[in-house]
Design a binder for this molecule. Structure first.
Ligand code: ADP
Ligand code: MG
Length: 272
């Protein structure tokens, strides 16, 4: 029997069969129900394994979710719009999503959240930073290798390019970036994050004409989400600084006004 499972590639069913048989005996399943449940167990195992494989291939640095995003902290960002993007219809229309804003406003978090949703429903995804991608394409020593590397970024149904704008591109890198955006145009979505407004992309790519042509393709079918708000990183830093300042502050002089102290403690615990 062992060999049969192997030949039919039913590794998951083989692993869970004792439990399925036990349930079948206890609940007196019909033959039909048994076969259905056994096949469902195999399918479920295969889907879980495929999801793990997709996650690995996507090179997601850290899984994130829209549910974990503090929307009230970022009032210029519409939660409804983000939830709509979360239904992933932008992938069906090969629409791009561009997050623009200063550091710490959640651009990478939101991109990762959409990437994780896409992975969960079976899309292939690749997450890369602009610097990493530019370097990988630049280091291709011959045209064949370059085409192969380019294919790696063209093939997934969703490509996330993080941190466009942190480093100025060389002429060659700008050219490869243009080639990639052109290749994915109307074929597959790109999610892109940048701290540089589009007006600054000419300087970023070192070529105004190339930047205009690239933006023309990138933005033809695109949702541009601009976040103008505070940095979430600084929020953490600020609360740390406040806590440290409170620790460092000298203790208030004992004035005998004990009731005030008691009231303050009570106030604190209520707030918590
Ligand atoms: P950006 O890419 O815009 O520089 P990130 O997405 O990397 O910002 O955010 C920095 C950190 O703060 C990450 O750990 C992210 O999960 C977290 N973060 C940012 N904004 C929020 C938010 N509104 N709610 C919860 N976490 C957030
Ligand atoms: Mg980021």
């Amino acid at each position: 029997m062992k060999g049969t499972y192997k030949k039919l590639n039913l590794a998951h069913l083989e692993a869970v069969l004792p439990q399925v048989l036990e349930a079948a005996r206890q609940q007196q399943w019909t033959y039909e129900t048994f076969l259905e449940r056994a096949l469902a167990a195999e399918l479920d195992g295969r889907e879980r394994r495929a999801l793990v494989r997709r996650y690995k291939a996507a090179r997601i640095p850290k899984p994130k979710s829209l549910d974990a995003f503090d929307f009230p902290f970022q009032p210029t960002l519409s939660e409804r719009r983000m939830r709509e993007l979360g239904d992933l219809s932008f992938l069906k229309t090969n629409t791009n999503v561009v997050f623009l804003g200063p550091p710490g406003t959640g651009k990478t978090h939101l991109s990762l959240s959409l990437a994780c949703l896409a992975l969960a429903v079976g899309h292939s995804v690749l997450f890369t930073s602009m610097a990493e991608m530019a370097q990988s394409l630049e280091n291709a020593s011959h045209p064949g290798l370059m085409r192969q590397r380019l294919r790696r970024y063209i093939a997934p149904s969703l490509l996330v390019i993080d941190e466009v704008g942190y480093t100025k591109m060389t002429q060659e890198q700008a050219h490869h970036f243009f080639e990639l955006v052109t290749a994915r145009y109307e074929h597959g979505s790109i999610i892109l994050t940048s701290n540089t407004s589009f007006a600054g992309w000419g300087a970023l790519l070192g070529d105004e004409v190339l930047a205009t042509a690239l933006l023309d393709r990138l933005l033809h079918h695109a949702e541009v989400v601009t976040i103008n708000g505070p940095s979430y990183r600084m929020k953490d830093r600020q609360s740390e600084t406040t806590a440290l300042a409170a620790q460092a502050a000298p203790a208030p002089p004992e004035t005998g006004a004990k009731s005030v102290g008691v009231a303050t403690t009570g106030e604190k615990s209520r707030r918590r």
